[in-house]
Design a binder for this molecule. Structure first.
Ligand code: AHR
Length: 629
């Protein structure tokens, strides 16, 4: 057949369809994108972060001819938000000190690169005022060193730049003192001078470049579950993520328990996120908690919700307000008098309970009233066909949310079977923000399936406003979750096949969806009419359904193909990708019209509703029928 394609008038602008999602899990920020090389720089690591954590984690005592004790105290801190500091007590002649072992195998040092060292310090007793700072190998070979003169009265910040003479990805930062007395230290920091775009307190250049190269239209941050897990009391060490704590002087940013079982310094904070978005041309898309922690079912009483709603309103003013407004002035004082141009704001992440939706309505009303131009994003739970997921949609319709955040991590087969998910969605409804999605894997096959799915997101741009793959970053030595889009250690970063698919779609994102009319293809392929040579696939949502028997009967000849259950071959798919597939087998049939498929299955106890899709595949098509229960 001759294919004739007629590209008619534009029907749907694609706007900001494809973007990225940053969450500090897998050490994506500390030990990752955030270029700080010192782990536990403020001695605030605590068992509340992880049972194995303690205040001297990643620090070791060093004795070079001298003797010392290394402890952590909190009697005279730098400030109340940074209560702990290290105390090095030298006992006599010879030098002694402490070293930081960094992240991964150590501190990544490159020959010829410069490193910005800083710390707060004070000394007491007969300690000599000269303190030596060096970059060294694990065995003590010195690659760079500098001397600082530390005063005796009160906390002061000291800085120097070190230039490395060697490359070593397992390096150490060593601080040595001499004499007899005490050296107090806090906020011990080492950054490469060569961060992304050379910013101080900046980002790791290689990882940031991989992200910039994608040309994402937006960036969702700072999470994920990280956003809404924590104490509702802002003063608690275990406080929920509150954006105002992440601004300005690093020494004043309180360390917090990261939901992903480690410590979060907040050195990469809201100002740095906004700046990075601007640097890479991505629209910022912050996510705020709604005064509800679904992990602990804790909710702020409705009559105390005011400060939480103020957080949302103040954030908009921080991003968009003139430099003479209260929060616009804070932004200007940090170095950015021009507004950041915030358009999107999400309230909540994956919540399902009434407690969230009740609170969402208050946020929504207040934001809409003061800032009608902001697109407000409502939340829905992790994907499960059934009423919980629908609750987010109900709330979005009732409140008039601009978008609803959907999340799904599923098998490639699930994605193939759900290609049509948005075909029936209407343009005049709240739009989809597909805020997290991925097939379970980093193989080419996963990437290809995601690409296929993304073409359907484009095709349904009337209903899908925004979409971003998740999670984005993973440090190979601190894996909370996989697959991920980009993997890195302390000196290398790699994009997966999934990364290159995302990059391809973002680099070549059209502006508008055109109406395409094709003629010459013949009738759509239907199993009753068109022979196909593929196999049979049964796909259930995750493992909600157990198949007890599967048979195919030829109604003309009476032949029964009993496919049983467990001996069913899982096609050629690696096991990891077969999740959710009950059966997929190649039957070599050419004509399916005479066959009846009989399934006996049961819903697993305690699970939500299920959908089974069964279909016939060939190289190009997955033709399926659907039953649910
Ligand atoms: O992307 C990883 C996690 O998956 C996110 O934090 C959460 O929103 C989802 O459950």
């Amino acid at each position: 057949p001759v294919l004739h394609i007629d590209c008619g008038s534009p029907v749907t602008p694609l706007n900001d369809l494809f973007g990225i999602f940053f969450e500090d899990l897998n050490h994506a920020a500390d030990g990752g994108l955030y270029a700080e090389l010192v782990q536990n720089r403020s001695f605030e690591f605590d068992p509340i972060d992880h049972p194995s954590y303690h205040a001297l984690m990643a620090w070791e005592k060093v004795e070079r001819g001298g003797q010392a004790e290394l402890t952590v105290e909190n009697e005279a801190p730098l400030n109340a938000r940074n209560p702990h500091y290290a105390v090095l007590e030298l006992k006599g002649p010879g030098s002694a000190g402490l070293m930081n072992t960094g992240f991964n195998s150590g501190i990544s040092i490159r020959q010829g690169e410069k490193y910005r060292f800083s710390f707060y310090a004070r000394r007491e007793g007969g300690l000599e005022e000269r303190v030596t700072v060096s970059l060294e190998s694990a065995a003590g070979e010195v690659y760079a060193h500098a001397r600082l003169t530390v005063g005796a009265v009160g906390w002061e910040k000291y800085e120097t730049v070190l230039e490395a003479g060697e490359t070593d990805f397992s390096g150490r930062l060593v601080i040595l003192a001499e004499g007899q007395g005490r050296l107090y230290l806090d906020m011990v920091s080492l950054f490469p001078v060569n961060t992304y775009l050379g910013r101080e307190n900046g980002l790791r250049a290689d990882i940031a470049k991989l992200l910039a190269d994608m040309k994402p239209r937006f960036m969702r941050f700072p999470g994920g579950c990280l956003v809404h897990d924590g104490s509702l009391n802002e003063e608690d060490r275990d406080s929920m993520y509150r954006w105002k704590n992440t601004l300005g002087d690093l020494a004043q940013r309180p360390a917090r328990r990261n939901n992903w079982q480690y410590n979060q310094t907040l050195g990469l904070g809201y100002y740095e996120y906004f700046l990075f978005c601007e640097d890479i041309g991505a629209k910022p898309l912050p996510v705020l908690p709604a005064g509800y922690d679904p992990h602990h079912q804790a909710a702020v009483p409705l009559d105390e919700l005011g400060p939480w709603i103020d957080d949302a309103l103040d954030l908009i003013e921080f991003a968009n307000g003139a430099a003479d407004t209260k929060w616009g002035a804070v932004r200007a004082s940090l170095g950015h008098p021009e507004p950041f141009g915030l358009e999107y704001l999400a309230i909540g992440n994956e919540e399902v309970g009434e407690a969230f939706f009740e609170r969402y309505a208050y946020f929504h009303r207040a934001i809409r009233e003061r800032y009608p131009e902001i697109q407000i994003i409502n939340s829905s739970g992790p994907f499960a066909a059934g009423s919980e997921y629908d609750r987010g949609w109900k709330s979005a319709r009732e409140n008039g949310s601009d978008l609803v955040d959907e999340h799904y991590y599923q098998s490639p087969e699930w994605f193939l079977a759900n290609m049509d998910r948005y075909d029936s969605f209407k343009a005049d409804e709240p739009k989809i923000f597909l805020g997290e999605y991925a097939t379970w894997g980093n193989t080419y096959y996963n990437a290809l399936v995601e690409a296929a799915f993304m073409t359907r997101l484009e095709r349904n741009a009337h209903a899908v406003g925004l979409a971003c793959y998740a999670p984005m970053l993973c440090n190979v030595d601190y894996v909370n979750w996989k697959p991920d889009m980009i993997w890195f250690n302390n000196h290398q970063a790699f994009g997966t096949a999934n990364y290159y698919v995302q990059k391809l779609f973002m680099n070549h994102q059209g502006d508008e969806l055109l109406r395409v009319e094709a003629a010459g293809l013949g009738q759509p392929c239907k199993p009753e009419e068109t022979p196909v040579t593929g196999g049979l696939a049964l796909v259930a949502d995750q493992s909600d359904v157990a198949f007890e028997s599967i048979s195919l009967t030829n109604d003309e000849t009476g032949e029964v193909l009993d496919l049983g259950h467990s001996p069913v071959r899982l096609s050629n798919l690696p096991e990891a990708e077969a999740e959710g597939i009950a059966a997929a087998l190649e039957l070599g049939k050419t004509d399916w019209s005479a066959y009846t498929l009989r399934l006996k299955c049961r819903k697993l106890a305690g699970r939500r509703g299920f959908v089974i899709r069964f279909g016939i595949t060939d190289a190009d098509n997955f033709l399926y029928w659907e039953v649910g229960g």
